[in-house]
Design a binder for this molecule. Structure first.
Ligand code: FES
Length: 174
């Protein structure tokens, strides 16, 4: 979802800034919250944060570009990392990435047109014994193979209504 300079987005950024008492010490936390909301850091939001905190814009951009976890480019709602580190590579991770690319219709580093998925490759996420590893929104999928790709993606293609029904089922079990 691209963020337009609207009253809503300004209000949302203001709420985030104010939730940290508009303290420059909480800049990273604010940027995390903004990214969590929009899936990236829109330039308008960074300008608004800088203005609200009375910080030079270059300082806010400096933090936003220093940490790899932040993105200045629009990203999909779901963020997929396919590990291509050595241990995963020798267990066929490139084929897993290729199948992801085929199923999503994008190359690594790209976002689907519907803004649902961003696909990226990474080098080792520290769980080599379980490789090949795919991470979706921080959740690890081990021993991945091309046959599991479709099912994994399907988990994230569900409609909000389907997800809501699942939550109700889980809640009823408790
Ligand atoms: S190489 Fe993939 S988790 Fe280490």
């Amino acid at each position: 979802m691209a963020v337009k300079k609207s009253k809503d987005s300004c209000k949302c950024v203001s709420e985030i800034v104010n939730s940290y008492g508009a303290s420059p010490d909480s800049l990273i936390s604010m940027l995390q919250d903004i990214q969590s909301k929009y899936h990236y850091l829109p330039e308008t939001a960074l300008r608004q944060v800088a203005k609200s905190l009375k910080l030079p814009l270059v300082q806010v951009f400096g933090v936003a570009t220093f940490f790899k976890a932040f993105s200045l480019k629009p990203r999909g709602k779901n963020h997929i990392h396919v590990c291509l580190g050595t241990a995963c590579h020798v267990r066929n991770a490139p084929s897993v990435l290729g199948e992801m690319e085929r199923q999503l219709g994008v190359k690594a580093g790209e976002t689907t047109d519907d803004m649902q998925f961003t696909l990226e490759s990474v080098n080792c996420v520290g769980t080599c014994a379980m490789g090949p590893i795919v991470m979706v929104n921080g959740k690890y999928y081990g021993q991945m193979n091309t046959g599991k790709v479709k099912k994994t993606l399907a988990e994230y293609k569900k409609s909000p209504r389907q997800r809501k029904n699942e939550k109700v089922k889980v809640a009823n079990r408790a």
